[in-house]
Design a protein around this ligand. Sequence first.
Ligand SMILES: O=c1ccn([C@H]2C[C@H](O)[C@@H](COP(=O)(O)O)O2)c(=O)[nH]1
Length: 123
Amino acid sequence: MDKLEEIFRMQEALNARIGVTLPPPTEEEKTKWVLNYTRAMQQETAELIDSVPWKWWAKYQKFDEQNAKVEVVDLFHFLVSLAQTLGMSADDVYQAYLKKNAVNHARQESGYVKKDEADSRHI
Ligand SMILES: O=c1ccn([C@H]2C[C@H](O)[C@@H](COP(=O)(O)O)O2)c(=O)[nH]1
């Protein structure tokens, strides 16, 4: 089985155990879960920041690479749930990634001197 598809399936199973079925049926519920998952990701991002010595005034901090990797995986859990909240399958994410990656390369090709919001509308 494709690894991304397996991750999506495992995340669905974990979320079901927690009592959450995605995508939510109403726009109101979708809004709630977008906010829940983005807030959870902000928290995990803060924990990732704390895994590196970011405090320029303190000397006690260490680079905890092992913990940083765990935080990345925690973030991935919530990012996959966020995609599922918006009704995206593993293949939807893959296809959108391909298209957006091509846009990013085209932007580099052209020097990216102007922001063109319309260049991503086809994704
Ligand atoms: O609805 C949820 C809630 C939590 N987690 C997972 C993601 C992280 O791996 C971990 C974060 O929880 P704490 O370790 O911060 O308790 O739980 C989910 O996948 N879905």
